[in-house]
Write a protein that binds this ligand. Structure first.
Ligand code: GAR
Length: 221
């Protein structure tokens, strides 16, 4: 795996981490295109600044979600990615585009899945009163935020946290989490067979954990 496509709807800080790591020689891959459903996404500008082809399509120009996804993914296919990383891509994906790319799409989500799928995950965590929150990288399947989790980073909820403070601390851990997971996929330590993640040749029965050393560690049990 070497050629990476990134889908992003927003500011693109997770994209930037991958761009910077590649520029620093820390990631043995290449971002071959950045794709968005929002023409003003900061991620697109970050891509252009890095000399990466950047594409956007407007959902309202299409008759259906299906037609939009088909058009977007024909652009994605045109750059021939080995790996498709959803990094803050905020649109639901049709099952057909996911199922046509088994094991090649991952998503970063700001919660410890399966808890707090969907939107407003930090507020959901605060409302539930959990002590531990975080972020997950999972295999994209047709089920929203429902594919097998490859790796997680845990973040303690602190007294006095609001959604913004918690989001900021989770984002700080999202960056090394995404980087370590993509690095693992590129160097083959992590593989996805169908929708099933493996680590060092063994099927993963629980998510890898991001350590304080920013490396991924096999779950203890
Ligand atoms: C990140 O927090 C990411 O986990 C989240 O959007 C943010 C994008 O930030 N993704 C989702 O909520 C997907 N369900 P970024 O644009 O700065 O990378």
């Amino acid at each position: 795996m070497r050629r990476i496509a990134v889908l992003a709807s927003g500011r693109g800080s997770n994209l930037q981490v991958l761009v910077d790591a590649i520029a620093a020689g820390q990631l043995n891959g290449e971002i071959v295109g950045v794709f968005s459903d929002r023409s003003r996404a900061g991620a697109l500008q970050r891509a252009r600044d890095a000399g990466i082809p950047a594409f956007s399509l407007r959902p309202r120009d299409f008759d259906s979600r299906q037609a939009f996804d088909d058009a977007l993914f024909s652009l994605v296919d045109s750059v021939q990615p080995d790996l498709i990383v959803c990094a803050g891509y905020m649109r639901l994906l049709n099952a057909n585009v996911v199922e046509a790319r088994p094991g090649r799409m991952i998503n970063i989500h700001p919660s410890l899945l399966p808890d707090f799928k969907g939107l407003h995950t930090h507020q959901q965590a605060l409302d539930a009163g959990v002590g531990l929150h975080g972020a997950s990288v999972h295999v994209v399947t047709a089920e929203l935020d429902g594919g097998p989790v490859v790796a997680q980073a845990r973040v303690a909820v602190e007294a006095g946290d609001d959604a913004a403070s918690l989001a900021a601390r989770v984002l700080e851990r999202e960056h090394p989490l995404l980087l370590a997971t993509v690095a693992g996929l590129l160097d083959g330590r992590i593989a996805i067979h169908g929708a099933h993640p493996c680590f060092e040749g063994e099927p993963l029965h629980a998510p890898l954990q991001l350590g304080a050393d920013n490396a991924l560690h096999a779950p203890s049990t």
